[in-house]
Design a protein around this ligand. Structure first.
Ligand code: RIB
Length: 305
């Protein structure tokens, strides 16, 4: 059930059809391996976060683009079935919907290649057209499977309206992260994304958090997978314990985490408690195969916590 007195959560980002195949182990360069059946499962970091936030009780709008094709229709239907408001999703001629090719091995670890398709047609102008919706949102969530200039415009509109902005810098851009994208209210990278956007060698976690704050992030929640998370806020660095699960597939665990964090903050939880709730959502997501197929519902997370 949706809470009446909460602000809207707007997710701006990618939406993909994931083509998932289980393999015993992921192939070496030049190697062919035989896998299980090919499964078609809705995904995309943006859409995953939108669906996760809605399942956890948020009032969610999604802004993105799909192609004018069968995957596009299926993906939109999936959003609506999950109570995500998708009126602002544009159907784009002449380009396919985003697709991701995902291999999941026996350890539950994955390799993902994204063919962005329509996601890369999401323009700064698209975001400007939805300024009224963004202005009245409580939280805006962004990731980086859309063009960087579009994410930059979204952050700038959020700042203008004082809307709390969360950036999941995934995937980390090859050319580095533009300065304005560090200056969001909350950054939620994992350790390797954090090192990549800072252009630093593998370093210790305290240095990583401190450097992200120096770059202008209001707060940093570093996702540490099975190790939980670390909250960096002002001078504080607060470890957050994870939950132990038997991981079958880690796909979308980071998306479930970020979405849960937004929902919890929107409900007034303080950051460390919100991060613990997010760890629970991420852990539960790892217990099932696929992206949106594995995103937990609110009852599951509350019971698990
Ligand atoms: O974070 C997981 C997601 O990454 C998958 O659903 C895939 O579509 C890629 O975007």
């Amino acid at each position: 059930m949706k809470a009446e007195n909460q602000n809207d959560i707007v997710v701006i980002g990618s939406i993909n059809m994931d083509i998932v195949c289980r393999v015993h182990r992921r192939p070496e360069p030049g190697e062919t391996v035989l896998g299980g059946e090919a499964l078609f499962i809705p995904g995309g970091k943006g859409a995953n976060q939108a669906v996760a936030a809605a399942r956890l009780g948020g009032n969610v709008h999604f802004l993105g683009r799909v192609g004018n094709d069968a995957f596009g229709s299926q993906l939109l239907k999936g959003l609506r079935e999950n109570q995500v408001q998708a009126e602002c999703v544009k159907i784009t001629d002449g380009v396919s919907s985003g697709c991701a090719l995902i291999l999941v091995d026996d350890k539950g670890e994955n390799s993902i290649v994204v063919a962005p398709g329509a996601n890369h047609r999401l323009t700064p102008e698209d975001i400007r057209e939805t300024e009224t919706l963004i202005a009245k949102a409580g939280y805006v969530l962004l990731q980086l499977e859309i063009p960087l200039e579009t994410a930059i415009e979204a952050v700038s509109i959020c700042r203008r309206h004082g809307v709390f902005t969360i950036l999941d810098p995934a995937p980390a851009p090859l050319g580095g992260l533009p300065d304005s994208l560090f200056r969001v209210d909350l950054l939620t990278p994992n350790q390797s994304e954090a090192e990549s956007i800072l252009g630093m060698e593998a370093g210790d976690i305290m240095t990583t958090g401190a450097r992200l704050l120096e770059k202008g992030a209001g707060c940093v929640v570093l996702k540490r997978g099975a190790e939980g998370a670390m909250v960096f806020q002002g001078k504080n660095a607060l470890p957050v314990e994870s939950f132990r699960v038997d991981a079958k597939d880690t796909t979308a665990a980071g998306d479930a985490f970020t979405a849960a964090l937004a929902v919890a903050l929107n409900e007034g939880m303080e950051m460390k408690k919100a991060a613990r709730f997010a760890c629970a959502a991420g852990a539960l997501c790892c217990t099932r195969l696929g992206a949106q197929s594995s995103l937990p519902f609110r009852n599951d997370v509350d019971r698990f916590c």
